[in-house]
Design a protein around this ligand. Structure first.
Ligand code: ZN
Length: 134
């Protein structure tokens, strides 16, 4: 498990948290996975474009640092759930990724007012809204 793209030197509190949770969460699914932090926001043009995975590496926009810790944890857990399924060759939906995230990490995934995943139940939707990609 490797983390790429994090700056050298003193990390900000949110960078430190991302590294901490990424190490802790990625180690749960084994060695064959990585997190790449991407500082080029043109690769994530839409508001909800924050993270995606190819089944091994999570590509995460530095937009993550503008979000809450609850968003960060939920997004990491959701992408790691995708990796879990993809590395086993299991077709799955976005809802199933949220369910697997809960099974793996113990926190239910909610959707906040901007339709971004969060583990914070306050003022959120308890399930992925139907108008989002399924
Ligand atoms: Zn997803």
């Amino acid at each position: 498990m490797k983390i790429y793209g994090i700056r050298d030197g003193l990390l900000t509190p949110s960078e430190t948290e991302l590294v901490y949770f990424a190490r802790k969460f990625l180690s749960k699914i084994g060695e064959n996975c990585a997190l790449q932090i991407v500082y080029d926001r043109t690769l994530f043009p839409e508001y909800r474009d924050i993270a995606y995975t190819d089944g091994e590496t999570i590509f995460m926009s530095d937009k993550i640092f503008d979000l809450s810790r609850e968003n960060m944890i939920a997004l990491l857990a959701h992408e790691i759930a995708h990796i879990y399924f993809m590395q086993r060759g299991i077709e799955h939906s976005e809802d199933e990724a949220d369910e697997m995230a809960e099974l793996l990490f113990g926190s239910k995934i909610y959707y906040d007012e901007f339709d971004i995943q969060t583990i914070d139940p306050r003022n959120t939707k308890p399930f992925r809204p139907e108008y989002l990609p399924q």
